[in-house]
Design a protein around this ligand. Structure first.
Ligand SMILES: Cc1cc2nc3c(=O)[nH]c(=O)nc-3n(C[C@H](O)[C@H](O)[C@H](O)COP(=O)(O)OP(=O)(O)OC[C@H]3O[C@@H](n4cnc5c(N)ncnc54)[C@H](O)[C@@H]3O)c2cc1C
Length: 394
């Protein structure tokens, strides 16, 4: 994608052939263009180096906070605007879009929906500006897809304090967050509940997971909780069973659908620019029929994903979103994203192997979209169960 002043140089510079952004009301459209320009100018290129080094860009996060990206959940934005923000964040960098998505949907969303007034007072102001970070700690080393039934981390009320024991795996921002929202099973009633665990509590330890093939900027962690004591007031009063977590996970599945649309637009941007700049057999790659077919396929996949998500946003705003629609959107858009980045990767030839050309970064990041927030297979099984009435999970 081009900066705004030079956008006229290629046809359809924004790749928005179906004028999706025009669906926003004027004030949100202006804000969308401003933030998209910031992400393209200040985040997209800079993120490549951070991704290669698996480092977290705290400076970029502060700038993102300055643009209000930490407060999307609470600032009255429409569902479409929020979704298009996740698209443009993913188009610039998938890891930072993951951070912003988890932050808004799962951290702020959980506190806002299930937290006490005191918990909200304490945490929401800093979260909204990205000066505070939370981590969403659900998955465990031995329980991923079967977490709802298998969750093993325990919580025990002891002398007016909760005592937590267990371990969590893959937890985004686990090494840099101020607190983790830990989902644990209450030993008394066996219900799964959510607890705010400040990361400086004795017994809390987070170890960064290195050498990931995607989402390399996101600091994912293995977390251990050994007799971690927290005040009774750190229990989220609304988080009384896994059903409540499921409501949030439904919305965060939708957020991954937006990410999948964004990563495909990024793949298209890179593939188109490369095909117009690279010459073989005395001509630009862009002039070869097979290359044009790949560009058309990537953009078609991206646009189909975006269109599906726009309708999902309508369903969500009407309060009709259920797990089946979110799962179908997540599975479908990430399946298309995987195909799109594979085409983009091959279109760049050998340079598609080097993360310096961005496409390899997208290629790795797409794998994470395919797997987290419920793997492709698990989301397909959710759809399959809904349309047949038969569960095929076990
Ligand atoms: C980079 C990254 C970031 C993440 N961030 C977070 C985070 O911030 N917080 C958090 O809590 N979690 C996070 N996760 C965890 C993520 O949600 C899990 O990885 C995911 O749910 C899959 O669980 P698993 O890895 O244990 O795989 P498993 O459940 O072990 O699955 C392995 C394979 O078996 C398949 N499978 C499992 N059961 C079935 C079945 N019944 N039928 C058919 N196939 C099946 C799966 O589809 C998959 O292909 C993250 C993961 C990654 C990789």
């Amino acid at each position: 994608m081009q900066p705004r002043e030079s956008r006229k140089e290629v046809p359809f510079p924004d790749a928005d052939l179906m004028y999706v952004a025009d669906l926003l009301p004027p004030h949100e459209h202006m804000r969308y263009l401003d933030i998209r320009d910031f992400l393209q100018a200040d985040v997209r290129k800079a993120s490549i180096d951070y991704w290669n080094r698996e480092e977290f860009p705290f400076g970029l996060l502060a700038e993102m906070g300055g643009h209000g990206l930490g407060a999307l959940q609470l600032d009255g934005s429409s569902t479409l605007f929020k979704g298009l923000m996740y698209v443009e964040l993913a188009r610039a960098d998938v890891s930072l879009s993951a951070l912003a998505g988890i932050h808004n949907e799962l951290i702020i969303g959980t506190l806002d929906l299930l937290g006490s007034p005191e918990q909200k007072r304490r945490w929401l102001p800093g979260l909204k500006t990205f000066t505070r970070l939370g981590a969403f700690a659900l998955t465990e080393p031995e329980h991923g897809s079967d977490i709802a039934g298998g969750l093993a981390t325990s919580a025990r009320l002891d002398g007016g304090e909760w005592v937590l024991n267990g371990s969590k795996r893959w937890i985004g921002a686990g090494t840099i967050a101020d607190f983790a929202l830990v989902w644990a099973r209450d030993e008394a009633d066996l219900q799964i509940k959510a607890f705010i665990v400040e990361t400086d509590r004795p017994g809390y330890a987070a170890a960064k997971i290195n050498n990931k093939i995607g989402l390399r900027i996101m600091q994912n962690a293995d977390i251990t909780l050994q007799d971690v004591r927290i005040p009774a007031a750190n229990l989220l009063p609304g988080a009384t069973g896994f059903g409540r977590a499921n409501e949030l996970l439904r919305d965060s599945r939708a957020w991954v659908g937006w990410q999948a649309a964004g990563i495909q637009l990024a793949a298209f941007d890179v593939a188109r620019a490369y095909s117009l700049g690279r010459r073989q057999f005395g001509r630009e790659l862009a002039g070869f029929q097979l290359v044009q077919q790949q560009l058309a396929d990537i953009l078609g996949n991206a646009t189909a994903s975006l269109a599906l998500m726009v309708q999902l946003a309508r369903v969500q705003e009407q309060g009709k979103l259920e797990m089946v629609q979110a799962a179908m959107a997540k599975a479908t858009t990430t399946r298309l994203a995987r195909a799109s980045v594979a085409m983009g990767r091959s279109l760049l030839g050998g340079n598609g192997i080097s993360a310096d050309y961005e496409m390899a970064k997208l290629f790795g990041d797409a794998e994470i979209l395919y797997t987290y927030e419920g793997s492709y297979e698990i989301n397909s099984l959710i759809v399959g169960r809904a349309v047949t009435g038969k569960s095929a999970f076990t």
